[in-house]
Design a protein. Structure first.
Length: 191
């Protein structure tokens, strides 16, 4: 009987290790987000006259442009080489999230992505990242900036260490604004 009693702790230890391993393997897929550039027509209100200008009316005293030489470039005809970049990203804590990582909740989750361009600077993917685990993590996020189905930039963002249960806002930089982008897709590469 003492042989069985001696092996019970070993069996229980083995079961605990197996349960923890299966929980790690059953971890849900990594988080990903997708955002499109705003589809509204860009406009500018002249502060002195109150006139609203759009790409269709600028330089024509409020009348639509008629000649092809006066029109802006066609974004779908853009042909640029695919750029690749790696960047270090420092998030800004905006709150906390419950520590719920497990078989149905990823360790790191992203949401509320948006895509915008800052004139004279770069395209930016703005998103929120949650550390759902009870330990600090150092996330890695891969983003693809595209124009139609053409990739114009791949970037890998190495995010600063994120504490347990922290929700933070991130800005991931894309190409310069002279390259047209209509969508960004980001996914967690690690953890």
């Amino acid at each position: 009987m003492s042989g069985i009693q001696n092996s019970i702790p070993k069996i229980l230890t083995g079961l605990v290790v197996l349960t923890m391993a299966s929980a790690a393997l059953a971890q849900t897929q990594r988080s990903s987000v997708d955002a499109a550039a705003s589809s509204g027509v860009p406009e500018f209100r002249d502060p002195k006259t109150g006139q609203v200008w759009t790409p269709e009316t600028v330089s024509q005293d409020g009348r639509p442009l008629t000649g092809p030489d006066d029109k802006a470039f066609d974004p779908s005809a853009q042909n640029v080489p695919t750029m690749t970049a790696e960047q270090r990203v420092r998030g800004r804590p905006v709150g906390s999230v419950p520590i719920t990582a497990g078989p149905t909740v990823p360790i790191v989750a992203m949401d509320n992505a948006s895509l915008r361009v800052v004139p004279g600077q770069r395209w930016q993917a703005v998103l929120y990242l949650d550390n759902n685990s009870g330990t600090p993590v150092t996330p890695v996020i891969d983003c693809r900036f595209t124009n139609g189905s053409n990739v114009v930039m791949n970037t890998r963002a190495l995010v600063q260490q994120t504490g347990p249960g922290v929700r933070q806002g991130l800005v991931i930089y894309g190409p310069r604004p002279n390259v047209f982008v209509d969508r960004v897709s980001c996914s967690v590469a690690s953890p």
